[in-house]
Design a protein around this ligand. Sequence first.
Ligand SMILES: Nc1ncnc2c1ncn2[C@@H]1O[C@H](COP(=O)(O)OP(=O)(O)O)[C@@H](O)[C@H]1O
Ligand SMILES: [Mg+2]
Length: 262
Amino acid sequence: MSSSLLSISKLSVSFGGVKALTDVSLDVPKNSVVGLIGPNGAGKTTVFNCISGLVKSDSGTFAFEGVEREFPKPHELVDLGITRTLQGVGLFNELSVIQNVMVGADKNYKPNFMKELFGLSGKVEAGLKQRAEEALAWVGGSALIDSKPSELSYPDSKRVALARALVINPKLLLLDEPAAGLGQDDIDALASLIKQIKRRCSILIVEHHVDFVREISDTVNVLNFGKLIATGHYDEVKRDPAVIEAYLGHTDNPGENSKLGA
Ligand SMILES: Nc1ncnc2c1ncn2[C@@H]1O[C@H](COP(=O)(O)OP(=O)(O)O)[C@@H](O)[C@H]1O
Ligand SMILES: [Mg+2]
């Protein structure tokens, strides 16, 4: 389908004897936000790890912009236009905020003395710095440019991690629990930022905050024990008995369904 940005079909992954994913298929249309939800251990991060080349699939197909190809290797992601934020934050503590974002923009960027030996010309570096400043401005992080990660509040460090992912102008952004540990104000700010980002790229998002997922996602996919058990609009899938069962372990009392929102 021409409107599909990412299409994964029948992805299976095992770790030793443990099947982490079994025949998972999912589709991310262009300019859409697709949620990936499910209980802990369901396989959500493993899906991201396959898309970003950190985990090898046993089987399955991968198509990006309508072109079927191998699952990407980590060093191919930037050229394809795929970036991710990690579960947690994952900034380099020895680098300033702006340097952290510049590292996201170019794998050849080497701050400090390494630059003299292997690095980039002053002109290229200035261009990178400008792009990093723009990405930081976009996430509301302009005031943080010269800080070190250790000096940042948790919400600000998440902002910087997001800027580092956005600096390549990705086609596909993978967000692993971006709202985790944030208060409601920061979650609301993130929701409006994601709606802006969606105008420029597609987002596949793993998240536990159900109100947030419902607000931002066009469709959600529900994983349980490595299998896709439901796909559709959030309000549809949350009524699906298989989904209620996965979250609660039983379907006797839908009124208890608080983990899935009202
Ligand atoms: N690198 C790994 N080695 C062995 N087992 C793993 C590894 N990564 C994930 N798993 C297992 O695969 C399953 C899915 O994990 P994960 O994708 O992290 O789930 P989720 O992100 O949904 O919580 C779990 O049983 C987990 O223990
Ligand atoms: Mg996870």
